[in-house]
Design a protein around this ligand. Structure first.
Ligand SMILES: *[C@@H]1O[C@H](CO)[C@@H](O)[C@H](O)[C@H]1NC(C)=O
Length: 363
């Protein structure tokens, strides 16, 4: 029978590890990043946007134009996952951590993810669902391009929700063996950032030189930006002060979300449409007040809000939605600068542009 002293002594290393040894460092990929294979005119440069209920994919051509390849709706399982992600209770510590305590708390979950990845499984069941839609989108792109075309660079953008993290998106791309290159865009971008880039905002001219690009970025104007991703069954809003189109993975996000209750039919009656429009307006006013109320007064009152609209024009009346949002921003005491062109693909185009820019730093 081991003595009490034995246990005390045996416990010392445990204490030592907890208080003295820092938690394991964030992992680098097992295999170092290889130089991407890029054959001009043949390799695919892809941008994927995953949203609350659908995903879209665009391709960036060498001549600077984009090809919008297609859109795939998520299945019930996917939408249910996004609904779960939208709840605050689905939030948990995830890298990048705020402190050592947080990292220790998260370590068991990371070990489990690592174990799954070592067995060539998706890092979590959520990553499996995200990968499902992303894989279908990549298949779609492959089927439209040359069948054996290699993929040179991919950026996946994802919705700003409390329960989905940059690590999930990184692991999704890794599980599908998609080349995600480190570039000037930071972490995988959220939809607001990819749409912002899709409209040509926050992008430097000398993107082939990382340090000059960063210098240039400091001269971009700061824009108070509101993203509204609007479909007949989901509304996602995200507000952020933007300068460069740069993904940060911070967990402190200002969002507002609405999901059609799973039991109700898809909305199509006029009465329901009216309810939804009212809801849209209320959500805009509430979120803008929450985010920028205190900037309304002196010394320099905030006036303009850059509003980015995404969604599917077959599903919503874009002109109506635009008017509705202009009114709502006005009601909140600001002035809207609307960006609503190509609402379906603007986020995947922005992601594709980021994928291209990352590639130029590697070739
Ligand atoms: C990149 O830009 C920096 C700063 O402007 C400059 O010093 C450097 O020479 C540039 N590098 C290349 C490879 O052009």
């Amino acid at each position: 029978m081991p003595s009490c002293r034995f246990f005390l002594i045996a416990f010392v290393p445990v204490l030592f590890i907890y208080f003295i040894v820092p938690p394991p460092r964030p992992k680098r990929p097992l295999c170092p990043q290889r130089k991407p294979t890029y054959v001009p005119g043949e390799s695919l440069i892809l941008g994927i946007s995953l949203s609350a209920s659908y995903g879209t994919i665009s391709m960036r051509n060498a001549n600077g134009f984009f090809t919008d390849i297609g859109r795939i709706d998520g299945d019930g399982d996917y939408v249910a996952m996004m609904r779960r992600f939208s709840s605050i209770s689905s939030s948990h510590p995830a890298p990048p951590y705020d402190g050592m305590e947080e990292q220790w708390d998260d370590q068991p979950r990371q070990w489990l993810r690592d174990a799954r990845k070592m067995l060539f499984l998706p890092a979590s069941s959520d990553v499996r669902r995200l990968s499902g839609l992303a894989r279908s989108l990549v298949h779609l792109a492959r089927s439209q391009a040359a069948p054996h075309a290699s993929i040179a660079s991919v950026v996946i953008s994802y919705p700003a929700l409390p329960g989905v993290f940059a690590e999930d998106i990184i692991d999704t791309a890794r599980y599908l063996s998609l080349p995600q290159l480190s570039g000037g865009h930071g972490y995988p971008p959220r939809t607001l950032i990819s749409s912002y880039a899709g409209h040509g905002m926050g992008l430097c001219a000398s993107y082939y030189n990382a340090s000059r690009c960063r210098e240039e970025g400091l001269d971009h104007p700061v824009r108070s930006t509101l993203l509204v991703d609007y479909t007949s069954s989901t509304i996602l809003m995200h507000a952020e002060s933007m300068r460069e189109a740069y993904g940060t993975a911070n967990s402190d996000i200002d969002v507002s979300t609405w999901f059609l209750s799973p039991t109700s039919e898809r909305i199509n009656s006029d009465a329901d449409e009216l309810v939804r429009r009212k809801l849209l307006s209320e959500m805009v006013v509430e979120l803008l007040n929450r985010k920028w109320e205190r900037f309304r007064g002196p010394p320099e009152p905030l006036e303009d809000i850059t509003v980015l609209l995404t969604g599917n024009p077959d599903d919503i009346d874009v002109d109506q939605a635009r008017k509705r949002m202009e009114e709502a921003v006005d009601k909140a005491g600001f002035k809207a600068q609307m960006y609503h062109s190509n609402p379906e693909f603007i986020a995947s185009q922005g992601a594709a542009e980021m994928a291209w820019r990352a590639l130029t730093l590697h070739i």
